[in-house]
Design a protein around this ligand. Structure first.
Ligand SMILES: [Zn+2]
Length: 178
């Protein structure tokens, strides 16, 4: 799936995710709000719905200006405000649910996927096919895992596939351990 391009025109996302992005900009919140407004998103309300493409356009500007580290921090902020179904109680369950959580937060059509396969007791592979940048998704997955991290365990995510969406591949694969 091409990066920064909504696969279906008309896909919308909830304001909560956009506000998490603004939060992720820390001291540069006003920059984030300006960039969003320049791309047609303003007066953001948590339950409002906004064009995914406009959000992706804003993320692209931030990526080009501030780079991967900022994009990863923004990705890490997203899970903070996401409402998780109460049935999710473990890292493995949350990894299996990111795809559904993602679909619940995007409406209006096909918008990519997060496919998790368990490969060992506390490890697996996540294959991601979304229009969001690689570092954003790595931050997002890591933060979802951290929500259920047990004392003494370490959350680990590493780019596993040689191919990367940032270099034109259709998916990125990540190795995860917890
Ligand atoms: Zn990648």
């Amino acid at each position: 799936m091409p990066l920064f391009k909504s696969p279906t025109p008309g896909v919308v996302i909830f304001g909560t995710s956009i506000l998490s992005m603004v939060d992720g900009m820390g001291a540069f919140k006003n920059n984030a709000l300006n960039i969003l407004e320049e791309n047609g998103i303003k007066n953001i309300k948590p339950n409002g719905l906004y064009s995914q493409q406009k959000f992706l356009n804003s993320l692209k500007v931030i990526y080009e200006k501030l780079g991967d580290v900022t994009i990863k921090v923004i990705g890490m902020k997203i899970p903070e405000k996401v409402q998780l179904p109460p049935s999710i109680e473990s890292t493995e369950q949350v990894l299996n649910s990111i795809d559904r959580i993602y679909s619940m937060n995007h409406k209006g059509g096909e918008c990519g996927s997060y496919k998790f396969t368990k490969t060992g007791k506390d490890e697996g592979i996540m294959v991601v096919d979304t229009p969001y940048p690689c570092s954003f998704d790595m931050g997002l997955i890591e933060a979802f895992m951290n929500k259920f991290r047990e004392d003494g365990s370490i959350t680990f995510i590493k780019h596993f596939s040689e191919e990367c969406r940032m270099k034109g591949a259709s998916t990125c694969e990540y190795k995860v351990k917890w």
